[in-house]
Design a binder for this molecule. Structure first.
Ligand code: GRF
Length: 215
């Protein structure tokens, strides 16, 4: 790791498999970043354990300990600032963020979502995709704006929805691609020149599609 490694925070609420994927890509030198902080709003998040196993600084800032969203966010921001965080990666972080928080990390905060946005924002999206009868789903890495899963799209990866898929089967097929897409999106934004015009993110070297999600 070089001294030019960008300090990033990964915010989680659950199992942390995308955190592990990001950490692996950083460890292998693909991304010039260092995970300076893993933060969870759930103290029981399995991802915190995985973070500590990887020797990452990992803290719980439980939202239930605070009387308001603003107070919780202020505590989270304090942690981010103390660690000089430049980029934030939301990875299964279940708290909605206020416009103030979003403004602090505008165009420096990413989220990953298990559908091809703008289809199926929100929760239980794999079941929604199956119920709707779509033939393709996938994952989307996007910059975070004030809306729910609504920010400018950086990169997407499609996977087929099979005839009798359960939500769990589809989720597993999508998750496999999430683990490729999230590191690749972060790498592109940190390493390559890019621009944003309105909702459109222009990447320099290639289109924002991760291929190979057919199985
Ligand atoms: C992923 O499916 C991600 O797309 C969604 O929440 C899930 C988090 O999984 N936002 P993990 O905690 O990274 O394993």
């Amino acid at each position: 790791m070089t001294s030019s490694a960008v300090p990033i925070a990964v915010l989680i609420s659950g199992r942390g498999s995308n955190l592990v994927a990001l950490a692996g890509a950083i460890e292998s030198g693909e991304i010039p970043a260092r995970i300076a902080l893993v933060l969870s709003n759930e103290s029981a998040a399995a991802g915190l354990v995985r973070a500590r196993e990887m020797d990452l600084e990992a803290v719980a800032v439980p939202h239930r300990d605070f009387s308001s969203r603003a107070a919780h966010e202020a505590a989270v921001l304090e942690r981010l600032e103390a660690a000089s965080i430049e980029w934030v990666c939301l990875a299964g972080y279940t708290r909605l963020l206020s416009p103030d928080f979003v403004g602090r990390y505008r165009n420096r905060m990413l989220n990953i979502h298990p559908s091809l946005l703008p289809a199926f924002p929100g929760l239980e999206v794999q079941q929604q995709a199956i119920d709707h009868g779509v033939k393709l789903s996938g994952c989307t890495v996007h910059l975070v704006d004030e809306g729910l899963d609504s920010g400018p799209i950086v990169l997407q990866c499609a996977v087929p929805v099979r005839g009798h898929d359960t939500a769990a089967e589809l989720a597993a097929r999508i998750l496999e691609q999430e683990h490729r897409a999230y590191p690749e999106a972060l790498r592109k934004l940190l390493v390559e020149p890019w621009a944003i015009e309105g909702r459109r993110v222009f990447l320099s070297s290639s289109i924002g599609v991760v291929e190979g999600g057919s199985d």
